[in-house]
Design a protein around this ligand. Structure first.
Ligand code: BV8
Length: 235
């Protein structure tokens, strides 16, 4: 990877693989089999309109599950990097769990939303939410029982894309961790980073759909690769 010390601005993208060792299912493992529905069918506005109870139960189950899990060494290493790196660091996650926050990361964008938020379809307010939504609780702001998971479904626009693209345009290093590179626009960030002249590094358990676009791809579990890479940067 050459001399890392010349780097100033880093953008890190994480996916489900960074939370796998915390016991949170990745999409590849859970994606096709959940109650005989593909995630693409359940995680869509159409799926929600078709069968809101099915979708609300899907998210209630996952919202409860993440609250029983803990950050792993990869989350902690990324929080250490944010604390100790002298240049800019932006962590963009596709994950909707809160393990990066609980590990200590602050400069963080949840481009696909968060399990621990509820979004009111009636008044557009968002609220921190840890319980179920299946029993249609009233929105704390407007009282209408119109709360949905505050996650970005397929066909919906991911959050804070302008900030993400602005950070990638300034990046000297783009690092993708634990993602299959199957879902856009996140899967396209490496192309944008390369066009901006950034070095591109992939840390993943196996080769991903985007591996060929990275200058370097290291294969292995995130709990080993990420702390080693952070150590290399901060040395
Ligand atoms: C949009 C939130 C437009 C919900 C998620 C055809 C071509 C190109 C694009 C499209 C197309 N048809 C449709 C599209 C667009 C679509 C898309 O990309 N579809 C795919 C299926 C082709 N994208 C969208 O719809 C996006 N929106 O395009 O909007 C628009 C424009 C204008 C106006 C309005 C709209 C929105 C996509 C967001 C969907 N929401 N999540 C929820 O979580 O329930 S997606 C979800 O799956 C994740 O957030 C993530 O983004 C995605 C993939 O998951 P990964 O994180 O990569 O996880 P995965 O399981 O796939 O892989 C895990 C990886 O980790 C593996 O590689 C594995 O090897 C590795 N791993 C495992 N263990 C470890 C490990 N690595 C390290 N250590 C380990 N221990």
């Amino acid at each position: 990877m050459g001399d890392m010390r010349a780097l100033r601005n880093i953008v890190v993208l994480t996916g489900a693989g960074v939370s796998a060792e915390s016991g949170i299912d990745t999409f590849r493992s859970a994606g096709g089999l959940w109650e005989q529905h593909r995630v693409e069918d359940v995680a869509t506005p159409e799926g929600f309109a078709r069968d809101p109870d099915l979708v609300l139960r899907f998210y209630d189950m996952r919202r409860a599950a993440i609250q029983t899990r803990q950050p792993n060494a990869a989350h902690l290493a990324l929080a250490r990097l944010e604390a100790e790196w002298p240049g800019e660091l932006l962590l963009v996650t596709q994950n909707v769990d809160d393990l990066h926050e609980r590990a200590g990361s602050r400069r963080l964008i949840h481009m696909h939303g968060e399990h621990l938020n509820a979004w009111c379809s009636a008044c557009d307010a968002r609220h921190g939410w840890t319980g179920p939504l299946i029993d249609r609780p009233p929105c704390p702001a407007c009282g209408v029982p119109a709360l949905r998971p505050d996650v970005v479904w397929f066909g919906e626009m991911p959050y804070r894309m302008d900030e993400i693209y602005a950070a990638i345009a300034r990046a000297d290093l783009f690092v993708s961790i634990g993602t299959s590179g199957a879902v856009y626009p996140a899967a396209g960030f490496v192309h944008t980073a390369r066009e901006a002249g950034a070095r591109c590094l992939e840390l993943n358990l196996e080769r991903s759909q985007g591996s060929g676009w990275f200058h370097e791809s290291r294969l292995g579990p995130a709990s080993e690769l990420v702390p080693a890479w952070v150590e290399e940067l901060l040395r």
